[in-house]
Design a protein around this ligand. Sequence first.
Ligand SMILES: [Fe+2]
Ligand SMILES: [Fe+2]
Length: 341
Amino acid sequence: MTTTPPFTPPAPPAASPEERFQSLIGAGEKIEPRDWMPDAYRNTMIRQIAQHAHSEVIGQQPEGNWITRAPTLVRKAILIAKVQDEAGHGLYLYSAAETLGVSRHELTEMLHAGRQKYSSIFNYPTLTWADIGCIGWLVDGAAITNQVMLSRTSYGPYARAMVKICKEESFHQRQGYEIMLALVKGTEAQRAMAQDALNRWWWPSLVMFGPPDTDSPHTPESVAWGIKLETNDELRQRFIDTTVPQADHLGLTIPDAELRWNEERGHYDFGPIDWDDFWRVIRGDGPCNRERMAHKLAAWNEGAWVREAAQAHAAKRAARAAAPTPVSDSPVSDSPAGVQR
Ligand SMILES: [Fe+2]
Ligand SMILES: [Fe+2]
């Protein structure tokens, strides 16, 4: 007697890489380095992560400017730790970019050649100690608003980097706010210094979210690919709604005569941003653009011998580790093979 083999339904036609990519995005899953991705997605991610990494690195300069002049030893220790965090964020992000098939060295060279950008916010000078307060409170505050959204972005290594970075950024934001709090509780001159810094940093902080949605060519594509989950204008509004009560608590005035709570919208209304001025800074003509890049290039050139020495050391260690363990009749050492003490 013969038995009929069980019926096996035909396998569905294999999904194309493009369909699989779109279905991962649609399901809210992460795209990982091993996954197929459209070239335009890969290039967008490289551009965005690199710009973010460069911003962390260049962003050390305006604050580093105050390490030697911090008003107390405690403030100095905190500022050194914060600047060091920013360097770490940069390295972390270059590593995330490298998973897309580009090297940190190539990205650095593109920055130096002016082919990649960093955030324009770092092209403003830090004139007083209150600027260090405003950078933490407003600049790191704006960065967090954007980065909390990016911790859910579709590219896995970038999203995971954001989780760690956001934890440190929230410390940065609080330390900046605490500097402002100390200043507004101080003398009349210190309160004036705090207000002056807010006047100078408020509008550039709002610009950090990028151009208005109506003028933002990359936004629709980035939203479709799950890179951006909220638009520039939505994030900017959230930042304003969070920050205005903080300024009220400090007793400082936000330099915007049109700023007022809109009961109907459930948000603050605010005045128009002078985009012409900001485009000038973005195009390279801000107060510190040349100085920042000159300093970056000088540090890179002066550090060439350190990179060469580190590479030579790594090559030596690799050669030692690859060499066969010498046979010897001398007493057994407790040092593992290939490890030099
Ligand atoms: Fe950072
Ligand atoms: Fe930060």
